[in-house]
Design a protein around this ligand. Structure first.
Ligand code: NDP
Length: 276
């Protein structure tokens, strides 16, 4: 039977085995999917072992997404732009790397939640790996504006410069939270910081959230986070966490490995935690 797994450290919290096992059952694919706790500093050896045992592909999570890029022989644009990979596929001596986080985010926002990005103003909070992965798929939707705001301002500005140098449109801008003026209002506000993990709030001004905006927190399973609370207080009823992104990026990897697209709705419903 074909073998797949997720590798990370720690890994016991990962929902990936549940998601992929569910996809395999629903689509009738003969495969196993397990979790591997990779030793810190020992990513390549752990992947080599998995391949030697017949492994076909891996999902990669914290802290190995950069190691996965370095390990791969063939980087997709998504992985190159993000500088990180979250899915690997083994083909003989070749190792192909993808980053499906951004496409999963966009599928969730546009397809599942029904909020178009085309022609809209998008505010991305954070300038870490999740923002890097999200930028190309978001820009592909041709938004009117994308502003990347980060606590460490230099990280946002240098990230934006890097993407502009690689051909991103001039509608991409970056800076600190203090650079957002009262007139800067956005239709889609995405919290791609890890602040919600510690119940903290990025210093985003409430005026940045339009009353009809979609407020999207990439962190999932935490209920109504401080960011979503701020968005609700700013007047929008459209709140979402990152559970749909998680399931959609998993579905993209599943299609890439198996050539079959699973229905994501039942899994999103199964994993959803109420936002209250
Ligand atoms: P990184 O560690 O690469 O980046 C963290 C970012 O969060 C930085 O921009 C950092 O700012 C910012 N940050 C951290 N704490 C605070 C705070 N208290 N206030 C303001 N900003 C803060 O993480 P990732 O980009 O990889 O991931 C970000 C989040 O996205 C994670 O929490 C993860 O759970 C979630 N995620 C969800 C996915 C999903 O499928 N739903 C997929 C991928 C990620 P600074 O640069 O100033 O330190």
């Amino acid at each position: 039977m074909d073998r797949y797994a997720v590798i990370g450290n720690p890994i016991s919290h990962s929902k990936s085995p549940l998601i992929h096992t569910g996809f395999a059952e629903a689509t009738g694919q003969a495969m196993t999917y397990t979790a591997i706790e990779g030793p810190l500093g020992g990513f390549a050896a752990a992947v080599d072992r998995f391949r030697a045992e017949g492994g076909k592909g891996l999902n990669v999570t914290v802290p190995f997404k950069l190691d996965a890029c370095a390990y791969a022989t063939d980087l997709a644009d998504s992985a190159r732009a993000a500088g990180a990979a979250n899915a690997l596929k083994f083909d003989g001596s070749r190792c192909l790397a993808e980053n499906f986080d951004g496409i999963g985010l966009v599928r969730d926002i546009v397809h599942n939640l029904g909020h178009p990005v085309h022609g809209r103003r998008v505010l991305l909070l954070g300038a870490g790996g999740a923002t890097r992965g999200a930028l190309l798929p978001l820009l592909a939707q041709q938004p009117a504006r994308v502003f990347v705001a980060n606590r460490t301002v230099d990280k946002a500005t240098s990230l934006v410069q890097e993407f502009l140098a690689r051909g991103a449109p001039p509608s991409l801008e970056g800076g600190g939270y203090a650079d957002l003026r009262p007139a800067d209002c956005f239709d889609v506000v995405i919290n791609a910081t890890s602040a919600s993990l510690g119940q903290e709030l990025p210093a985003v001004p409430p005026t940045a959230v339009a009353p009809h905006a979609l407020a999207y927190d990439m962190v999932y399973g935490k209920g109504l986070t401080p960011f979503l609370t701020l968005a609700r207080q700013a007047g929008t009823p459209h709140l979402a966490d990152g559970v749909g992104m998680l399931v959609e990026q998993a579905a993209e990897a599943f299609v890439w490995w198996r050539g079959v697209r699973p229905d994501t709705t039942p899994m999103i419903e199964r994993l959803r935690v109420p936002l209250n």
